[in-house]
Ligand binder design. Structure first.
Ligand code: COA
Length: 514
């Protein structure tokens, strides 16, 4: 199969997994939801957003490979409402009543972090059975952060808006409680700390849902609702009006030249066998404005490509691995380049295809650790925004030096071709075998060659499956897997978002070991 065919097959597989998230709780629960005259989570989002504007969905495969449904019963993403870039969090009530499981929480926390860091107003489209009760031990204690985040966003001056479409009970009641602006819907919103059965148990009082927490009661009596909507469409209309009156910055598209080289070719560039090197300039030139890329130090440390470009009109510095391994020269070049970007206030884009820093006596003696440390120091202390895209391998400390998830890039996406782990599966299985062989020798035991072969295969398979993007995306180690052809659009949205806040290049770093 050609590399393109392999990439297309991976994209088909990805589409099937995305379809699972879109299907929510499946036909039974979706039909029931519709029969109740309600809109689905994604329909609510679509109506809320400006017509024809893009929606950058985040973590769509959250919970993939876990015991919970793909998508984690919530939809999050960035879109335009009345020209304002907003972060949207919409419960999917067709999945276990929209209840939050551990992955729902992780997905919402990530969304809140993005909102806080990039100063995006947050719109919660609420309809949830609260905590997923069977998994309460994993969510009750950390789950409190959902409400803390909302009030901290508000303190930071970032507006929070709750449109309550249905159940928002018990802890969930604090979502409207902690939001700056609250819209409730006639005979649909249910917001109470305890429903009628719980009240009966606690105090013996007889009550009904409307008097305990209906929209009318909250709009007229308790004051928890600021706006009373007659139906879902009305709530969405009011939500849009609220955003319009926020006096928040409006997104203005920038003029830019599209790449001269065809973005369609991005499907052909990454070999299906990641051991085969490829030239990342072929990727860069298909995502940056006018395919114009001014390379920095092209003749030095040439297994890392560095240089300047613009993307959707925004200047960027790019670091892209060329032949996989990072040597001392590449590390020093990266550290210097990152400092230059900070001097000139230019965001950085990291395109990963690295097997890590070079090992071996010659390189150790040449100071690979201190040079790699300099790169990691520069990445860690750089204060211009970072974007990371895993296009190929992202192994070992190379993942860190190239601004992996733990280094807080503003956004991190993966191509279907990506793989990430502490090292490659074959290397890891081989290392384990050598260690086992040595342990047997020092204990005077015979080494069982047959079971070693079986073990090696098993470990390789396990590590391979744990290195794949869906597995990593399921664990929220990225913000989503994207079609290579969408890279420019996705990064363009991210750069729009990033430029909504002031940023300044670093004034200082950790001590560089020379
Ligand atoms: N945890 C785990 N599963 C839940 C759940 C929760 N909090 N809420 C609902 N579910 C499950 C239901 O058991 C049901 O599963 P099943 O179809 O396999 O039997 C499915 O989700 C759909 O729930 P259902 O009650 O049929 O949906 P509904 O739309 O009629 O009502 C709620 C939704 C949320 C109003 C209702 O399920 C409810 O009151 N849940 C409990 C709410 C609560 O007290 N949560 C505690 C908050 S801390």
């Amino acid at each position: 199969m050609s590399d393109r065919a392999v990439m297309l097959a991976k994209l088909t597989e990805l589409e099937q997994e995305h379809a699972k998230a879109v299907a929510g709780g499946g036909p039974k629960y979706t039909d029931r939801h519709r029969k109740r005259g309600k809109l689905l989570a994604r329909e609510r989002i679509e109506l809320l957003l400006d017509e024809g504007s893009p929606f950058l969905e985040l973590s769509p495969l959250a919970a993939w490979g876990t015991d919970y449904p793909v998508g984690a019963s919530v939809v999050t993403g960035i879109g335009h409402v009345e020209g304002v870039e907003c972060l949207i969090v919409a419960n999917d009530p067709t999945v276990r009543g929209g209840a939050s499981n551990p992955w729902t929480l992780k997905k919402i926390f990530r969304a809140n972090d993005i909102a806080l860091e990039n100063r995006l107003p947050v719109i919660s489209l609420v309809e949830s059975g609260g905590a997923d009760l069977p998994s309460q031990k994993e969510i009750f204690i950390p789950g409190g952060r959902v409400f803390r985040d909302l009030t901290r966003l508000s303190k930071a001056g970032i507006p929070t808006i709750a449109l309550v479409f249905g159940n928002s009970t018990a802890g969930g009641a604090y979502i409207p409680g902690m939001s700056d602006h609250v819209v409730m819907i006639k005979e649909q919103s249910k917001v109470f700390l305890g429903g009628p059965p719980l009240v009966k148990m606690a105090t013996g009082e007889e009550s009904d849902e409307e008097s305990l927490g209906g929209a009318e009661m909250h709009a007229r009596t308790s004051g928890l609702a600021d706006y009373f909507a007659v139906d879902e469409h009305d709530a969405i209309r009011i939500g849009r009006r609220v955003v319009k009156r926020l006096n928040w910055r409006q997104h203005r598209p920038r003029a830019s030249a599209p790449p001269k080289l065809n973005e369609e070719d991005l499907l052909d560039i990454v070999p299906s066998d990641l051991r085969i090197p490829f030239d990342p300039r072929e990727v860069i030139k298909r995502i940056v404005d006018g395919s114009e890329f001014d390379e920095f130090k092209p003749l030095y440390g040439d297994s890392l490509v560095t240089g300047w470009a613009s993307l959707h009109g925004y200047p960027i510095g790019v670091l892209a691995n060329a032949r996989g391994v990072l040597f001392s020269e590449e590390s020093q070049k990266a550290a210097q380049f990152i400092q230059l970007a900070n001097q000139t206030n230019i965001p950085l884009l990291f395109l990963h295809n690295t097997t890590g820093y070079m090992v071996g006596a010659q390189y150790e003696q040449g100071g690979i650790i201190k040079h790699g440390s300099a790169m990691i120091n520069a990445v860690s202390n750089s204060t211009v925004p970072h974007l990371s895209v895993l296009i190929g391998a992202s192994y070992g400390a190379g993942h860190y030096g190239m601004c992996g998830r733990a280094y807080d890039p503003r956004f991190l996406f993966a191509w279907p071709s990506a793989k990430s782990a502490v090292m490659g599966p074959a290397q890891l299985a081989g290392v384990l075998e050598i260690v086992a062989r040595q342990a047997a020798a020092s204990a005077g035991r015979e080494f069982d060659e047959d079971s070693a072969i079986a073990m090696r295969m098993m470990v390789e398979q396990q590590i391979e499956s744990e290195s794949l993007p869906m597995f990593l995306s399921g664990r929220l180690y990225d913000d989503g897997i994207i079609d290579p052809r969408d890279t420019r659009t996705v990064l363009g949205i991210c750069l729009d978002v990033i430029h909504g806040t002031e940023f300044r290049g670093a004034q200082g770093y950790g001590v560089f070991r020379l």
